[in-house]
Ligand binder design. Sequence first.
Ligand SMILES: [Zn+2]
Length: 837
Amino acid sequence: MQKTTFINLLMFLLLCFTSQAQLQSPEEYLKFKKGDRFLRHHQVVSYYEYVAAQNPSQVKLIQYGSTNEGRPLIAAVVASAENFAALEEIRTNNLKAIGLLDGKPSTRKQPAIAWMSYNVHGNESCGTNTAPFVIHELLNPNSARSKAILANTVVILDPSINPDGYDRYANWYNQKVGAKYNANAAAWEHQEPWPGGRFNHYIFDLNRDWAWQVQKESQERMALYRQWMPQLHADFHEQGVESPYYFSPAAKPYHEDITAWQREFQKIIGDYNKKDFDKNGWLYFSKERFDLLYPSYGDTYPTYNGAFGMTYEQGGSGRAGLGIVKRDGDTLTLKQRIDHHFSTSFACLDAISANADKAVTEFIKFHDNTSKNPIGPYKSYVIKTKGEEARVKEFLNYLDKEGFQYGVAGKDYMANGYSYHDDKAGFVKVEAEDVVFNLYQPRSMFLKILMEPKTMVEDSMTYDITSWSLPYAYGLKAYALKDRLNPAGKVNFENKITKAENAYAYLARWQSFSDLKFLSAIMQKGIKVRSAAKSFEIEGQTYPAGTLVITRTGNERLGAQLEKILTEEATKLGVGLTAVTTGMATKGSDFGSENVVFLKMPKVATVAGEGISTTGFGEVWHFFDQQIQYPITVLPENTLGSTNLSQFDVLILPGGNYNRILNESALGKIKEWVRNGGRLIAIENALKALAGKEGFELKAKEDEKKKESDESKLKIYGNAERESISEETPGSIYRVTMDTTHPLAFGYGNTYFSLVLEGAAYQYLNDGWNVGVTKSKDLIAGFAGVKAQEKLKNSLIWGVQEMGRGNVVYLANNPLFRGFWQNGKLLFGNAVFVLGN
Ligand SMILES: [Zn+2]
């Protein structure tokens, strides 16, 4: 070797070494000391950008989206230089191996892919503050541990899943803290104001949104997730200040389909998690509280997609600040919280890395098994489409979002199957245009769990809802079949839009959420709309009650624009539209009849603030602002008594505790406003504020006060938690019988399936319309406590009371819950737009 070459080589090595050694720590780069303040989101992003720029051969920074408030959503893919050079091959091999991408994987040895998500709940803020330290240590050239991890694991780090919520908390806290933090729990820096930083911009809980992807952040993240399909996903949270730390193994119930290897790994990882904690004497617990059932979490969604999904919970959250004194007199500091999350971040990377080969093999086996021998009794599903196209289309949009395969049946035949609607087995008449899909496809375990009619709950002490079956959520006429049915072709719903030279009116059936969006859009373009109060027949077609009738009369000033706007919006939203040339019905009322009701464009208000359910409000806000894009005025709760309500047509009370807000004078004002023509819509536990009050017909059901024998008073203390759930329904599905002649039920058949979350139940209205009710045997799926079941028999679910010139609408269940119960949205739309006109 020539001397100059040798020196060059030395120089090169030195340069390599120094450039890595010079990677500044988060503290150096951002000029702070760990735990002495909360970083703001943009600082964390800038550190990640810096690290990526310094390590172009090991880090790929991806901006996968942006939040509602415009903050970037980022993920850093970190790998050894060797793996990094083949990153795209590794990614595509992984997808090919599980059937998500065509082609055969190359023979390259495949590393495991581990994905770490921090701070899905914005005020569980130590996660985002840990993430810079994790990436720094992972790239530490002197760390044998990091090298060992990266030798066989590709690590994806998302430092902040919910930046809007995170900054809401961090900015608030930074404004409240003095020169030194005050550890007294009574200090204002420990009293986070409503709605708190837990939620995203629209006050949704992103850790309930993994499967449904109602929120922007979830949609954008899941698109990236499915491009990588990691073998491990760790979700970093915080819990109450007094609970020290939680890690896997998870608590029961586990979903029955979780595999033996996934269960085993829960234990394996527990051994890694506990190491530092045992060594340092840090307190922790496992196997309690955090279960694996509801499919829309950051641990269950990955689990049902073949990965190890794990929740980590540090004690802290929005109360903890930089330091807080606990009951035992010790101070919990941000630095400790960061150290703990840092420890488990590496523990779980150690665990996956030590088991990388097995994790990859088992991951492939999982997908191979579930797609070749699908689990569960049902292998295929049939969705009836005739007359149901609008609802089915919305469901297919969901399947598309998740990338599931489906098609049409292609021919008529008879089969045996379980009817969701009737909740029993029987013959199914499959017709050629019905939608068919089966579980012989990639990721079918997740699909199976979304479709299962009844989820087996091995232990009723669960953290969340126990049923979510999509055919009920989408209001589908669906069947589950034990045989394999293969789709025979593409689904092609023709969107029928007919025009007419001299149209008298345009008709749109009222069947699905898209129709509601259509109404919202055309109303805002100044089009006058009517709604048929009864079914009718015209020009050879029958139209059900609720059909929108848009006459040329009243819209003359739009001229030819009328047809243009209508057809454009109908096309955009996939809504059918028929032009008719007469106003005379062959059956039912003509269009000038009082049975074809003009719909006033309502001015809508709702209420937010202390006492109101955070997510309950968020669901209403998001529904108007994003889903139907219709103006809504949000009133602060403390102005409800002083605001001039006469400027509004509709007032929505989301769930909440209204004891303080609806005092006698505020309630009196609201009643007067209703009597003058206002429409009050109360949701879920907002009903409690109206029940039994003067002027309101609503009555809560009393608890059955059975005469207790002396013996039955001998309760076992250790069973207290278990006994308390006998009063609860943690999200079960009930059959609701509908009065389809009432405008609140337009667009629905005789039966609606409702997600019941409240143990509270109400009597049928004596003087009012019982539009949706349960009868004696209507629990379809999910867990409901014995006492709750008794109460929910023969109870009011949807009711309308006429009061003076106005109406009070009682929605005892929340049709907008988490934005995923698609079939409830039209009903809510009826309450806002159709009823009371
Ligand atoms: Zn959390």
